[in-house]
Design a protein around this ligand. Structure first.
Ligand SMILES: Cc1cc2nc3c(=O)[nH]c(=O)nc-3n(C[C@H](O)[C@H](O)[C@H](O)COP(=O)(O)O)c2cc1C
Length: 286
């Protein structure tokens, strides 16, 4: 991976305390940037194997391994999944699209196989399986980046759950939680590591504190405005004219998105039937 691609967060945020810490893993983690445009180069088989093995190496609640990964390489299926996932074209372009599923189907099967009644229909089991699936996604993302590939998680895979269930043949108890598009990035797509909220806002010492919230939000807004993060991406508020002199930074963008949840989910319905769909597909929220 070339050095101009490798721009660590500690450089962005001026963190010097880590200068002497030579860790390739931390360099990869702190250089993360989502990539949303891929060229046609295929991913070597051993790379994909390494990515999947890394995913499977993630920690898992009680070693239940309540996840499944669907590897999608066929153009036809990627096209369908792209359409179902907010029409995001990078899913079509990516040579591989991984779909990470919360999976309690296997646990039910094993429980019955051993002659018992499955009693794990609960919110806790849903959360546990969702966490297991998410951790495997994150490991796959980091492994991809460590191999010089670009990747982006895809939460929009939840936009059309029923179509995705049919497309991927997901049995009851298996739910497509998040996707990961992986490939070689098109030249010039990087915009630089996206700044995060200041550490003092999101990381608390010994207990929750809002002491640094206001100053942190103001500083972060300035940073995101200077970076032109939201140019051409403003969320409009129905019936409200744009306020003069408004600083449209993270706070304004985030607040507007929270008043219009569909802009978070990129789907008109904000997956409003998700609970009912999941309940009819083998999950419970008791
Ligand atoms: C669970 C999850 C779902 C996401 N879904 C999408 C998505 O559907 N489409 C997309 O373009 N980016 C998606 N992203 C990427 C985020 O937009 C991105 O991580 C965030 O803006 C921070 O930017 P960065 O990853 O470049 O640092 C998702 C990220 C996560 C963690």
């Amino acid at each position: 991976m070339s050095n101009n691609i490798f721009r660590k967060r500690q450089e962005l945020e001026g963190i010097t305390s880590l200068d002497d810490l030579k860790s390739e893993t931390i360099d990869v983690l702190t250089s993360h940037e989502s990539i949303r445009a891929f060229n046609s180069k295929t991913i070597p088989g051993d790379y994909l194997e390494a990515i999947i093995t890394s995913a499977r190496s993630a920690p898992t609640s009680s070693n239940l391994q309540a996840y499944s990964i669907i590897v999608v390489s066929s153009q036809e299926k990627k096209d369908s999944l792209a359409t179902y996932s907010g029409d995001q074209n990078f899913i079509r372009e990516a040579p591989v699209f991984l779909v990470f599923c919360a999976d309690i189907h296997r646990l039910k099967y094993v429980t019955n196989r051993q002659g018992y009644q499955f009693e794990g229909d609960s919110l806790e089991m849903f959360l546990l399986a969702s966490m297991d699936a998410t951790l495997t996604m994150q490991n796959a993302l980091v492994a991809s980046e460590a191999l010089g590939l670009g990747a982006v998680p895809v939460g929009s895979i939840r936009n059309e759950p029923i179509k995705v269930i049919e497309e991927l043949n997901l049995p009851k108890g298996v739910y497509a939680l998040v996707g990961l598009a992986i490939g070689y990035e098109k030249e010039g797509v990087r915009r630089g590591i996206k700044p995060r909220l200041p550490q003092k806002v999101t990381v608390h010492q010994e207990g929750y504190s809002t002491e640094h919230l206001e100053e942190g939000l103001k500083g972060y807004d300035r940073q995101m405005v200077a970076r032109r993060t939201y140019e051409g991406r403003r969320v409009s508020i129905a019936g409200e004219p744009e306020r003069d002199g408004l600083e449209y930074g993270w706070c304004e963008h985030t607040a507007r998105r929270c008043t219009r949840p569909e802009t978070i989910a990129a789907s008109a319905s904000l997956r409003e039937n998700l609970r009912a769909i999941l309940e009819s597909h083998g999950f419970s929220f008791k």
